[in-house]
Design a protein around this ligand. Structure first.
Ligand SMILES: C[S@@+](CC[C@H](N)C(=O)[O-])C[C@H]1O[C@@H](n2cnc3c(N)ncnc32)[C@H](O)[C@@H]1O
Length: 272
């Protein structure tokens, strides 16, 4: 098994890659998540006829949206370093009406096999958070985009998670403690505009958006349960404390007082 605590660094090395495949599809199907990513894709913008690359395509959630946007003359290529997710993406796109316009490949964003200037747009959606050296991936994305083409990144930022849990200190200890263990840069979202500017792109624009849940939807529930599980694994709290923390959210839902928000930052730049 991969020694890195972030499972998205190496999905194939996890004990149960299918659990991650399912989690990606649950997240992708959640209404607020659909709205977030589609709003960002319009902001990029992605236009009919575009040739689009998505780096870190996972199970193809974004690829399927992109295929609908580029239409019959466009082209979408999704690459991911995980064999398990690319296999799932192929299955999940099999019946898609635009299947012939999509290509799915196992490849790392740090070393793309495409020639220079091949795409109109290159995107990475909730990927940079998981990459050891985001600058290297961005450089490759810029290389394969034509002059005047767009490079777009979108990431959540774990410094912006808001929940009204009655035990504020425990909440901060678990949320901040876990992300510090798992991610090299938990505040990845807010760093994306700087990343694109440093890489030499022009006209960098930013779209800030918010994921909001007031009902403890499956994606949010899974998110909080994973945080509790990791907090125990990393010795931040003991198991009864983690369970007490989770019970606090159930109580909030029962009282109609639950809310969970996290900011998503999107940044797009143009290749000079
Ligand atoms: C959180 S998922 C996002 C998947 C998809 N973009 C979505 O929004 O549903 C992150 C994906 O990035 C992939 N990934 C991580 N590092 C990568 C790299 N260096 N090159 C290519 N893919 C990578 C992971 O395998 C995983 O499938």
């Amino acid at each position: 098994m991969s020694s890195h605590p972030d499972p998205f660094r190496d999905i194939d090395a996890q004990p149960d890659p299918l659990r991650i495949v399912e989690a990606l599809e649950t997240r992708g199907g959640a209404r607020p998540q659909q709205r977030l990513r589609r709003r960002f894709l319009r902001f990029v913008p992605v236009a009919p006829g575009d040739a689009v690359l998505e780096v870190g395509c996972g199970t193809g959630v974004v690829v399927r949206d992109l295929a609908a946007m580029v239409g019959a003359r466009g082209r979408v290529v999704g690459v991911d370093r995980s064999r398990a997710t690319v296999k799932a993406a192929r299955l999940l796109t099999r019946e898609h009406p635009r299947r012939s316009r999509m290509t799915l490949q196992v490849a790392a964003g740090e070393r793309l096999s495409f020639r220079e200037g091949r795409f109109d747009v290159a995107l990475a959606i909730t990927v940079m958070l998981h990459v050891a050296d985001p600058g290297v991936v961005v450089k490759e994305m810029i290389r394969v985009v034509r002059r005047g083409g767009r490079v777009g990144l979108q990431d959540q930022d774990f410094g912006t998670v808001v929940v009204p849990h009655p035990d504020r200190q425990l909440t901060a200890r678990i949320l901040d403690g876990v992300v510090a263990h798992v991610y090299a840069e938990p505040h990845s979202g807010r760093r994306l505009p700087g990343l694109l500017r440093e890489a030499g792109l022009d006209d960098v624009r930013v779209l800030t958006d918010v994921y909001q849940d007031t009902k403890l939807e499956p994606y949010t529930k899974n998110f909080l349960e994973r945080r509790a599980e990791h907090a125990v694994r990393f010795g931040i709290v003991d198991a009864p404390t983690a369970q007490r923390w989770l019970d606090g959210f159930t109580e909030l839902v029962e009282r109609g007082a639950f809310i969970f928000t996290v900011n998503y930052y999107g940044a797009v730049g143009v290749k000079p």
